[in-house]
Design a protein around this ligand. Sequence first.
Ligand code: PA5
Length: 463
Amino acid sequence: MEKKITIDYSFTHPFINEVAIESYKDEALKAMETLMKGNGAGNDFIGWRNLPDNTLSSDEFKKIIEVGNEIYKNADLLICVGIGGSYLGSKAVTEALLHPFHNSLQKDKRNGPRILFAGQNISGTWLEAIIAEIESSESVYINNISKSGTTTEPGVAFRYIKNAMEKKYGKIDAAKRIIATTDAKKGALRKLATNEGYRTFVIPDDVGGRFSVLTPVGLLPIASVGIDIQKLLQGAKYASEYCKEKDFSTNPALVYATIRNLLLKEGYHTEILVNYEPGFHFLSEWWKQLFGESEGKDGKGIFPAAVDFTTDLHSMGQWIQDGQRFIFETVLNVGKPLSELTVVSDKEDLDGLEFLSGKSYDEINKKAQLGTLIAHYDGKVPNLIINIPELNEFFLGQLLFVFEQACGISGYLLGVNPFDQPGVEAYKKNMFALLNKPGEENAKNKLSLDEKMKKLPSGKVTK
Ligand code: PA5
């Protein structure tokens, strides 16, 4: 079996051609070199490149395994509090590798605790449901994850969760069940953890949120539900080696970054990540953040969208086949499925599907995939295919790294700093001004917001 993630870009021709690819290669190699040498914009946030190698041999890794095992053995419920990069990595990996109904399985059939996420929104309804789960579960652990420690969503969620834990276990025992993942020295969560005596894990200074899945941010929750983080890191490490290669035929990250930027130049400004495995839904969410937050700036960037097929062929399929032509698709093709289930025979054949009896669901899924690829290509949608030989920790680790490396190269090709996110501050400023946050800076923001609000359109509501 192929041991590597590979990429097939045959279906991007003739939308882009070999001549265009050839003449863009030097630029792509230069962008890769900038990333590898660490002399590009945002170079103080490229520590993620060394994570697979460094983490495997670190004391922090041993500690993650130790605490992960404790949670795995003792907890019925793990609640991860965090948002953005402090949430999506662990959500993506656990959804991809756990049983699809993990949280609903009986304890003896389940691998480790149930896992729920909080602080990824400001919904009181969501939080109230989380609190009810804390109250009704026997053994609860909390992993509060925030690099800055001041992010509103996890901050306001944790206030309530902390109270609920202290009410349930008492202050001292609650503190033994709350683990903070945050900056080594700075920030409100570090201070809180020190004051309360929580165990802590460190988010390295040189790794930004959306690149942090292979730090304790992602690794502790992932290990706590029995997923093999050593294999995940080994996969990422393997990918980090082949992602250094300058040869286009062996480096999928380089090829992916190159082709998507060439497509953008041809007017294909929206990329749809396609999966045929429902467990990949949140991998797409993680990918959307990775590329969206890294590239969408200075009026530039490919818009990252995602669909779950074949489900969404019955909702978005029409648009993709036949709508305005500015999209391209990147298909996640999983070689070996987790299940070999086959369709049972029904001689009455009322549904007319007896011709499928005896065939595996995977075979039918793959034929749907091929049929869709041909139809969309026919409908003038360029397609890239990312081949993932098998759905397991090793290949998922590779995939995460390939995407991260591709994102760095792609951002430099585009001419942006792929490692900052200045745009996410705008909504926060307005929200705080509207909520009358105390402080001089906020008072200034409030004045400018009042001015903007005067100019907002109004009076166009239907009766
Ligand atoms: O990628 C990023 O930097 C962001 O998505 C952050 O991860 C997110 O805003 C959460 O930040 P923090 O971990 O500081 O709470």
